[in-house]
Design a protein around this ligand. Structure first.
Ligand code: KG4
Ligand code: ZN
Length: 357
């Protein structure tokens, strides 16, 4: 013990990023390597599970070796092996889970199982931000391609799911709307770029609040509204009607983005108020969106709350956040064994659904 930092190796393959990272004391990122598969899935307009799994198999060892080589540490300096084992595509999760179990067994190190969504929340604590005092209690918005979740956290390990999407995730809505607008895959960043040139008040797309006080989300309506709007204006280029102009596209993108962000921000602040949380966390792929970040910063300032947003490089999937959260689990002796298996669902959400049944 003493001054020697705790170094954890994190692995991640839940969707279409293969990632490995070494993190010291849950905060200092020694190395973070991510192999993206965007090019492989581009022609299908979405992630194809079999293709993702095959690419993870090809990428996992090179990514692992790179993460170790950049720091120049071997097994003796590594205190634990952590892996995101849920939620995600089972075939994809299996690759990092198998790799982590093998390393934990061969190296004789503790194995730590991480919930991918909890690790997105943890990503806000990487690097300097993790040094800030009294980060908890906090309300956290985790917005990704697969999930839109609100958590109330007393500490990194005690997280309560307080809101979730009933249909599309925010990132999914960005990706599908980008597809309607014929933007390149993945849609989120492309749509944000286009929206910067548009007028967010050009089209009044619906904001779905699901009843007064609800902390849940629904984003399939706004995506469908974009589709119908384009069809209604005969903008989709079928049947010899004119395609939409670049400015029209930009206005639709900006208006769509504003509708999504308004709901995300309103509900996050409602949750912060209800749970009396002085701090708000923002993480997940969609948290890279600058309009979302700026609007949430502004609204938090108005209410005297502190916003801690993940650094943009740690918003999309990575393994540093996995190793970061694992530090707290290791300290609390929350260790898995070699029977660990991938699990496609969010256990938090599954628990809520079971209770309701
Ligand atoms: O967290 P992430 O890398 O993967 C999942 O766990 O799903 O999130 C990916 C999602 C995609 O839907 C992508 O379009 C979206 O995040 N995204 C963005 C931006 N960057 C990534 N959405 C809006 N604006 C962005 N700048
Ligand atoms: Zn993610």
């Amino acid at each position: 013990m003493g001054m020697r930092p705790t170094i954890i190796l994190g692995l991640e393959s839940s969707c279409d990023e293969t990632a490995a990272a070494l993190v010291a004391d849950g905060r200092e990122v020694l190395s973070s390597v991510v192999a993206s598969q965007d090019k492989l899935h581009e022609r299908y307009g979405g992630v194809v599970p079999e293709i993702a799994a095959r690419a993870h198999i090809e990428n996992i060892l090179p990514v692992l070796h790179e993460a170790l080589a950049r720091v120049g540490v071997g097994r003796d300096r590594i205190d634990a092996v952590a892996v995101a084992h849920c939620p995600g595509l089972t075939a994809a999760l299996l690759i990092a889970v198998t790799c982590a179990k093998t390393l934990a067994w061969v190296w004789q190190k503790p194995l730590i199982a991480i919930d991918h969504l909890h690790s997105h929340l943890q990503s806000v604590m990487l690097e300097e931000q993790g040094k800030e005092p009294n980060l908890f209690p906090a309300v956290a918005l985790v917005v990704s391609g697969g999930h839109t979740s609100l958590y109330y956290g007393k500490n990194p390990l005690e997280l309560q799911l307080i809101g979730y999407t009933l249909d599309d995730a925010a990132g999914e809505a960005f990706d599908k709307t980008a597809h309607i607008l014929k933007l390149p895959y993945p849609g989120g960043p492309a749509l944000e770029r286009l929206a910067q040139k548009g007028d967010p008040r050009a089209v009044d797309f619906p904001r779905t609040y699901l009843g007064k006080g609800s902390l849940n989300f629904s984003f399939s309506g706004v995506k469908t509204a974009v589709l119908y709007y384009c069809r209604g204006q005969n903008m989709l280029g079928k049947d010899r009607v004119p395609e939409m102009t670049e400015q029209e596209k930009a206005d639709i993108a900006a208006s769509f983005q504003a509708a999504i962000i308004d709901v995300l921000v309103d509900k996050t602040l409602l949750a912060a108020e209800r749970f009396n949380a002085p701090t708000v966390f923002l993480g997940g792929g969609v948290a890279a969106n600058l309009s979302l970040r700026n609007q949430l910063i502004r609204r938090c300032q108005e209410q005297d709350r502190r916003l801690i947003a993940a650094a943009r490089r740690y918003c999309t999937d990575n393994a540093a956040m996995v190793a970061g959260l694992a530090y707290y689990k290791l300290k609390a002796a929350q260790v898995a064994d070699l029977s660990l298996e991938p699990y496609p669902l969010s256990p938090d959400l599954a628990a809520i659904n079971n209770r309701r049944r």
